[in-house]
Design a protein around this ligand. Structure first.
Ligand code: SAM
Length: 282
C-alpha cells in the first residue's frame, strides 16, 4: 500500500486534487562533467537481482538519502522523515525501486521485445531500471522523473554505474524532470523535431487517478504511429485510489488506442501489464 503524506484519510485525499497543487514544469536535465567523472565506492551501490539471471548495479537507498541531506533537498527529505512514499506534486516516489519495474523488465526479456536502435522513454523512471534494460539492449533512452533530485541522485548515477564507457552511453541518453502535463509537449534541447518514441515504458505510475489524463496525454502525444506503450502497475492502489481498470477505461473511451492486458501475476497482490498500440486507420 502507498503511504501518502499527509495521512490517507478521505478528506485529505482530496488535497491531491490537481487544481490546488503547484506542479513543476518539465525541463531537460543536463549531465555535468563532475557527474561523468565521479567514481563510486562499492559501498555506494549494490547489485540488484532484477529477475533470475539478470543483475544491475543500483545506488543504495541510504547513499541517495545521504546525498540528498548534503544538498538539503527538503521535499524528498520531508517525505522520508514522515515515512511517506509521496507528497503529491512535491515528491512522487522515485527514490525507491517499485516492484512492477522488475515485472516489466522480465516481460521485456521474455517476450523478445526489439530494442536495437529504438527510441525508448522510461516514463516516471525513478531509479530507471526499465530504461537501463533498454539501454543495455542498445536503445536510445530518455529517462523522465518528476523530481530533478531523483534524476541527479539515482537515475544518472545508475546509468553511469552500469557502463564502462560513460561518454558513449550518455550520447544515447537524455534526462527530464517535471510534470507529465508539460512533458507531453516538451521539445528536447538538441532536437529540432518533437521526439516521438518507439516504446514508452512505465511502471507504478497510475496510482493517482487525478494524474491519469496527463499521463495518458504523454502516450497520445509522444508515441509513434507504430509505437508500443507498456504500462505496468498494481490492479488497484489502496490508500491512493488509482487502478489499472480506471486507466484502461480512460484509454478505451478516447478510442485512439487498442488496449490489451499482456501479463498478470498469479499470486499475491494483483499486478499486471497493459499494452497499447494505435488503432489502424480504416
Ligand atoms: C512510484 S514511482 C515509480 C518509479 C519507477 N517507475 C519504479 O517502478 O520503480 C512513480 C514515478 O512516477 C513519477 N511521477 C508521478 N507523478 C508524476 C507527474 N505528475 N509528473 C511526472 N512524473 C510523475 C514519479 O516521479 C516517479 O518516478
Amino acid at each position: 500500500m502507498f503511504s501518502v503524506f499527509p495521512g490517507d484519510k478521505e478528506d485529505e485525499d482530496k488535497d491531491m486534487n490537481n487544481s490546488t497543487l503547484n506542479w513543476i514544469s518539465a525541463s531537460n536535465v543536463e549531465v555535468l562533467e563532475m557527474q561523468v567523472e565521479k567514481q563510486y565506492e562499492p559501498v555506494d551501490y549494490r547489485e540488484n537481482l532484477i529477475f533470475p539471471g539478470y543483475k544491475l548495479k543500483l545506488i543504495r537507498f541510504e547513499k541517495a538519502l545521504h546525498d540528498l541531506r548534503i544538498q538539503n533537498c527538503t521535499s524528498i527529505l520531508e517525505a522520508e522523515s514522515q515515512h511517506s512514499d509521496l507528497i503529491p506534486a512535491k515528491y512522487e516516489g522515485g527514490l525507491k525501486i517499485w516492484e512492477c519495474c522488475y515485472d516489466l523488465s522480465q516481460y521485456l526479456f521474455e517476450n523478445n521485445v526489439e530494442f536495437q536502435g529504438k527510441r525508448v522513454l522510461d516514463l516516471g523512471c525513478g531509479n530507471g531500471v526499465v530504461g537501463l534494460v533498454a539501454l543495455l539492449k542498445n536503445s536510445i533512452v530518455h529517462f523522465q522523473d518528476y523530481n530533478i533530485d531523483v534524476i541527479k541522485t539515482v537515475t544518472i548515477p545508475n546509468v553511469l554505474l552500469n557502463f564502462d564507457d560513460r561518454e558513449s552511453v550518455l550520447k544515447r541518453c537524455q534526462f527530464f524532470c517535471g510534470d507529465w502535463g508539460s512533458f507531453a509537449k516538451l521539445r528536447s534541447w538538441n532536437e529540432d523535431e518533437f521526439v516521438r518514441y518507439d516504446l514508452i515504458l512505465t511502471s507504478e505510475t497510475i496510482y493517482n487517478p487525478d494524474n491519469h489524463k496527463k499521463l495518458y496525454e504523454v502516450f497520445k502525444q509522444r508515441l509513434k504511429e507504430d509505437g508500443v506503450g507498456l504500462i505496468a502497475g498494481k490492479s488497484y492502489y489502496f490508500g491512493v485510489g488509482g487502478g489499472m481498470r480506471q486507466f484502461q477505461n480512460l484509454i478505451e473511451e478516447d478510442g485512439i488506442f487498442d488496449v490489451e492486458t499482456v501479463w498478470k501475476n498469479r499470486k499475491g497482490l494483483q499486478k499486471e501489464i497493459l499494452k497499447i498500440t494505435r488503432k489502424q486507420q480504416p
